[in-house]
Design a protein around this ligand. Structure first.
Ligand code: ADP
Length: 273
């Protein structure tokens, strides 16, 4: 008891229960051009802890991208609240990096220059950013590809460049919207392994949208299962598999149990894709 009150008195002390992201009664209703209102998401409440890896699955059109865009501050919510480290979001967030489904690299710029793009936009120190970009390319396994152009890289490599770019300004939160959806199965497995490694080494909080139940279980420390539109929490599964995961993990009984539980949620909502 005494220890708790002492903690509160220390200026700047982070209480042990601090959330990276706190979502409360979040709702998004789109007004369409023809005057209709589409309730896309919520109400949804969820706390995400620092360094958590939360994967998000749900049927097409249930509001997954909407949720990520709201979290990134790229769009206004209809109601509810989002707090990042206890600060309400009111616009694009600097502490967030976003990776989209397609890598969107500039074809006339080298790998290194593509990673450096946010440095210009955000007015970061170019020399420090260049060094950081090189380190990040090493982190995503592309240290030898700095001077290559996007068309000289495979799809998986291009997506790794976009991950490095999203990390350049040192955001502590990474939002990933189906980043590996367009990759072939083998490349996708490699990317999953890489991303787990990056997550462990970088200590980021990651939210990752996917259509793949095995991918959600493999990557996530928790899996958020959304219902068909309007997306609400259908299930929230803590994946207590070991932190060190490899391809054998996917063959384990425990992995199968988690996957079946999530699949049954989809089936009970009639939204299996
Ligand atoms: P998901 O990512 O799960 O596929 P989205 O978040 O993209 O779903 O969309 C959720 C719902 O909101 C869908 O029914 C979609 O058609 C609708 N929607 C998305 N963006 C808009 C928009 N700008 N205007 C109107 N409706 C939208």
């Amino acid at each position: 008891m005494q220890r708790a009150s002492t903690l509160r008195e220390v200026p700047g002390a982070v209480p042990p229960s601090a959330s990276a992201i706190r979502i409360q009664d979040l709702e998004k209703i789109y007004d369409t051009r023809d005057g209709n209102r589409i309730q896309a998401l919520g109400p949804l409440s969820l706390d995400i802890a620092e360094r958590e890896f939360v994967t998000i699955v749900g049927p097409s059109g249930c509001g997954k991208s909407t949720l990520l865009r709201l979290l990134a501050g790229l769009m206004d919510r209809t109601s509810g609240e989002i707090r990042i480290r206890d600060r309400a979001i009111v616009g694009p967030q600097r502490d967030i990096g976003m990776v989209f489904q397609s890598p969107v690299l500039l074809p006339w710029k080298t790998t290194l220059a593509n990673v450096l793009l946010p440095a210009k936009v955000l007015g970061l120190d170019m020399q420090a950013s260049r060094k950081r970009a090189q380190e990040l390319l090493g982190l995503v396994g592309l240290g030898d590809f700095q001077e290559k152009y996007p068309n000289e890289l495979s799809g998986g490599m291009q997506q790794r460049v976009s991950i490095a770019r999203a990390l350049l300004h040192e955001p502590s939160i990474l939002l990933m919207d189906e980043p590996f959806g367009a990759l072939d199965a083998m490349t996708r497995e490699t990317m999953n392994l890489e991303l787990r490694r990056i997550w462990r080494e970088s200590g980021k909080t990651i939210l990752f949208v996917t259509h793949s139940i095995p991918e959600a279980v493999f990557l996530g420390s928790r899996v958020l299962v959304l219902s068909p539109r309007p997306g609400r929490i259908a299930d929230l599964v803590s994946v207590d598999l070991p932190d060190e995961r490899d391809l054998d993990t996917m063959a384990s009984d425990r992995f199968g149990q988690f996957s079946r539980r999530i699949r049954s949620q989809f089936q009970s909502h009639g939204g299996l894709e």
